[in-house]
Design a protein around this ligand. Sequence first.
Ligand code: PAF
Length: 285
Amino acid sequence: MRVITTIAAMHRQALRWRREGVRIGFVPTMGYLHEGHISLVRRARQLVGRGGRVVASIYVNPKQFAPTEDLAKYPRDLERDKACCAAAGVDAIFFPDDKQMYPSRAEGAYSSYVIEERLSQGMEGASRPTHFRGVATVVAKLFNIIQPDVAVFGAKDWQQAAVIRRMARDLNFPLRVVVAATLRERDGLAMSSRNAYLSSEERRQATVLWRAIELTRAAVRENGTATLRLKAQIERLIYREPAARLDYVEFFNPETLQAVAPQRGAQMALAVFIGKIRLIDNGRL
Ligand code: PAF
């Protein structure tokens, strides 16, 4: 497994593979890998086959963090990530630094961005107004650098996956965007690098996101319920946990992300602060 740190070297490697007719599968990450990421790598491997190559990028993208967010504290452990990637069968890690990705040259600072204007508006986009601009920009750059045939994203970031799929379609990236199922701990908590920040008491309370999804599924199965009543029920469940604070909960069409009533086939997403840690999750009703 190679660890590639410059754009030029990654580009050369990708072009070499493409000339040889080798398919490239790509898993973008911000590192601090867990089983959820490994499942994305396995999916990428399935999609490109044994003759293909799987690239994982590890880059904590500053452009998707607001100044008030946890960029500096975002967990990092390259040695552990390398071991995870090697064990999962990654062929190359792309590990650039900020100077590679956003050079500020004498002739002017970095100034080009990709903005998806529709699917990025609500939910995460409303709570974190510059987030998807940063995500779409870095993913577009990574697509150009790594030239994948297929890129695998996790369903835990449902809105992110929808924004990326739309961006790839609108900007004619010649690749397939695949969304792989969320991996959960035994008690339902969705796997996330941010779980590492939780104290053991917060970790216990964090299962409330999954419990909110289960509560909603049960309410919808048992004859449906009005949006406002259900949101109030979810809020009550969440505020029973002393460290929890609801940021948003929404019900929407899984493809268009348009708001719908909580009903079978709708997607539900929520964001909850557990202490200072903001967690997100979603599920199909
Ligand atoms: O989901 C993430 O980890 C990030 O948003 C991504 C896609 C790697 C872009 O920085």
